[in-house]
Write a protein that binds this ligand. Sequence first.
Ligand code: PMH
Length: 379
Amino acid sequence: MEFYRDTWAEINLDSIKWNVKKTISELKPFVDLFAVVKANAYGHGDIQVAQAALEAGAKGLAVAFLDEALKLRNSGIKAPILVLGASRPEDANIAAEHRISVTVHEVDWLERVQLKIGQQLSVHIKCDTGMGRIGIKTKKELLHITNLILQTKAFLFEGIFTHFATADELKTNYFEQQIEKFQELLDALPEKPPYIHCSNSAATLRFKGVGGNMVRLGISMYGLTPSTDIAPMLPFQLKPAFSLHTKLVHVKQLNPGEKVSYGAEYEASEKEWIGTLPIGYADGWIRKLSGQDVLINGERVPIVGRICMDQCMVRLPKRYEPGTPVTLIGRQETEEITMDEIAKKRETINYEIPCIITSRVPRVYIEGGKVTSLSNPLL
Ligand code: PMH
């Protein structure tokens, strides 16, 4: 597979493996790590990340939707896969056929499930202990669901879980309340399933995977901190896997008073070298990033003027040859532009940044220190 543009994201699978292995070394030996690879592995590439995580010791995978799970199965992945979000009860037979575990999030879901004769469906019960998203809240609901599962041969009670709303915040009282509520629900169970899980990355790394025998690791597997607040508390230095690169495609000198981009908002105040980059908002490099620095020759240079759909412009300290490499996220020599820097500029969280670098940007995979594969959905 090839690509024919000078913009690409580099995904370092060695970093992903390292983050997974280091995390496992922090956990108690009976705790299994499930790699959260929903949303195309937070924009990194689901199949490649899933394989890397499994090689590094992850016992299973978690996604948001059944379609994502089927994509992984169809690629030949045999490991356990859990769908964390709500699936349609009428699609349960498809999950069962592909040995995909699903989440039961409300009482009448199980009653509406349609399975074929002889099929078995593995289910995890989702408890809402304070996230207010999906899941059952009361002991009554839990007992009703558990009894239905235990009475029906077609259902395999594989797990029970909850999700924290504030595990990445400095204050821990809400987090502790959620643990308490989850424990109360667990205490009411007539029978414990093989998997009990609640920890995301923040809870896994800060509290060594509280409560249960499985953790669901997302953001920190990608080498990013769950929040800047808890970055100093992480037990080891994470290795970011995602970097974003392009090359200068055009370099010109503007005279004082000449303008750049839509709206003609940016005006050269002196003779200025302006370089054009072949990346724009249709790649997820959105207009809010106007003014953001990029790296060229190990130095920071600013994006000037409005970001266009496919291109944006930078102010250069001198003339550079077209074809000169430019890093938008990642390291050049001693300078680094982190995902957190981009998130701050965009007034959002680091999670969002790789997720919205669109599929038009090819992903180049590094493993064993060298390029091993490319993914370009366009070709
Ligand atoms: N488990 C569930 C149910 C999740 O929704 C997520 C992430 C994770 C585990 C992994 O969390 P981590 O990436 O912090 O490790 N879900 C989301 C979300 O819905 N929005 O941002 C992250």
